[in-house]
Design a protein around this ligand. Structure first.
Ligand code: ATP
Ligand code: AMO
Length: 433
């Protein structure tokens, strides 16, 4: 193929080769148009039947939609063309002909249900609005990485095949590891904590987590991507500051660098959050939820927040907010409790009005209290010896948190279903593609 020019870069007066997909063919009789689409946009290719080589015209107009072709020719200004320019083809190669029948219409004129879209992700992602979601997801991750680096945090990668779970035993996927029972990792929790005790001090990880979630909801996945952060010598309040900073950095970057994508998704005002996020204690949260009158039953201290409760509070607050000071008994063993009130923990969640985005907290760094916490949660500290013993060799006070990337993208873009924010989602019904 001659050197390829993106359709968006083809200027009147140029002689170019463009390559891409046949978006549409419109035959008007003596004249016909082929719209060719590539990553950058589209260009109109004009066929004048009486004036052009017969074989060229036949090939160009006979090719099925979504076939991959390459066209060489001159570019001219043409007001009536969708982009103001058109190409007059001199040669046309069919690089790969597509079937006449497609399982999904990439032009988007015919709607497809989510399941058909996910079964045919390659075709689905030929739609600009779908591409936009993944361009934005990539920008979120870039911005988050930059933000972490700006605060002196080192990117790490921790094992995904592990010997123990951390976030509750029922959600583990067991696997066989050379004849021994092992699991897919639910969270980098213990590893990231081990790293704050190392010389690295402040770390982050972007990676997959696996949870055998029982429920099939629009906001749970069985394989998700987590952004984990952990730092020595900070407390839960400072960890919340970093959490808030990360979220705002992600929104700001998307607003600044993804203008075209936001346009495609229909945003006039993206609504990057500003101002400090309110920090409600758990007790204040349940009081406010009860006061909304939205729930059938009043919440009492110690209850976890149901989806309905989260929604009621989200509507009441109207933006992102933190819930702090959770009852110790509903937070994991690694979260530290208040010295003067051991029934209250230094754990927090960052909430979007629609759902939980982040969990985190100040960690228990004292060996004795940590081992006690294991026992209280019915876990055998022996099994976690690889972790707990490092707390005897100089573990600094530390805090951290984790985001689910898909929930961040989903809430940022108002997507109905978390599966729209993953290329190839894993859920109870879906193991391939
Ligand atoms: P975490 O990340 O701490 O697990 P979460 O937001 O993922 O929090 P879970 O604790 O995994 O939530 O699950 C409990 C939440 O899921 C509750 O808010 C509950 O109301 C909701 N939930 C559970 N089953 C269903 C279901 N079948 N349909 C809708 N929501 C459900
Ligand atoms: P938690 O279990 O709350 O905390 O998970 C943190 C965040 O990850 C996302 N998330 C999920 N997203 C989609 N599908 C899932 N099945 C799923 N599970 C979790 C959510 C959630 O808020 N170790 C702690 C974090 C910490 O304390 O640092 C943890 O895993 O957005």
């Amino acid at each position: 193929m001659d050197e390829r020019t993106y359709t968006a870069d083809a200027e009147p007066g140029d002689h170019v080769t463009v390559a891409g997909w046949v978006h549409e063919v419109r035959d008007l009789g003596g004249i016909a148009f082929l719209i060719l689409r590539d990553k950058s946009g589209k260009i109109q290719v004009k066929f004048e039947k009486d004036e052009m080589d017969e074989e060229l015209v036949e090939t160009g107009l006979g090719v099925h939609r979504e076939s991959v072709i390459s066209v060489t020719g001159g570019v001219e200004e043409e007001e009536r063309a969708p982009t103001g320019v058109e190409m007059l083809p001199e040669s046309l190669d069919v690089l790969n002909e597509a079937d006449a029948e497609l399982p999904l219409d990439p032009s988007g004129k015919v709607d497809a249900d989510l399941s058909t879209r996910l079964d045919n992700r390659t075709l689905d992602l030929r739609k600009k609005e779908v591409q936009a979601i993944f361009e934005i997801r990539a920008e979120v991750l870039r911005a988050v990485r930059d933000y972490f680096r700006s605060i002196g945090s080192t990117e790490i990668n921790t094992p995904k095949i592990v010997a123990t779970g951390t976030e509750g035993g029922t959600e583990l996927f067991p696997i066989t590891y050379f004849g021994e029972e092992a699991f897919m990792n639910q969270s980098p929790q213990l590893f990231k904590q081990l790293m704050v005790g190392s010389g690295l001090e402040r770390v982050f990880e972007v990676g997959p987590i696996f949870r055998a979630e029982e429920h099939n909801t629009p906001r749970h996945l069985n394989e998700a991507t987590m952004i984990d952060f952990e730092s020595a010598f900070i407390d839960h309040e400072e960890a919340m500051d970093v959490c808030e900073g990360t979220l705002k950095a992600a929104y700001e970057a998307v607003e600044e660098n993804c203008e075209a994508e936001l346009d495609l998704l229909g945003y006039d005002d993206f609504g990057t959050p500003d101002g400090d996020f309110p920090r409600l204690t758990y007790e204040e949260a349940i009081e406010r939820i009860n006061a909304t009158g939205e729930l059938d039953e009043q919440l009492v201290y110690g209850d976890d927040l149901s989806t309905e409760a989260e929604r009621a509070l989200g509507d009441d607050v109207g933006g992102h907010y933190f819930i702090t000071d959770w009852p110790s008994e509903i937070k994991p063993f690694y979260i530290q409790d208040y010295e003067d009130d051991p029934t209250t923990s230094k754990g927090f969640d960052l909430m979007h009005p629609r759902m939980e985005l982040v969990s985190g907290g100040q960690r228990e760094h004292r060996y004795g209290a940590l081992v006690e916490g294991f026992e209280q949660q019915g876990l055998d500290p022996e099994q976690f010896d690889y972790y707990t013993k490092m707390f005897k060799y100089g573990m600094p006070p530390h805090a951290g948190w984790a985001y689910g990337v898909e929930r961040l993208v989903m809430t940022m873009l108002g997507l109905e279903n978390i599966r729209e924010a993953v290329l190839f989602p894993r859920d109870r019904q879906r193991l391939s593609p």
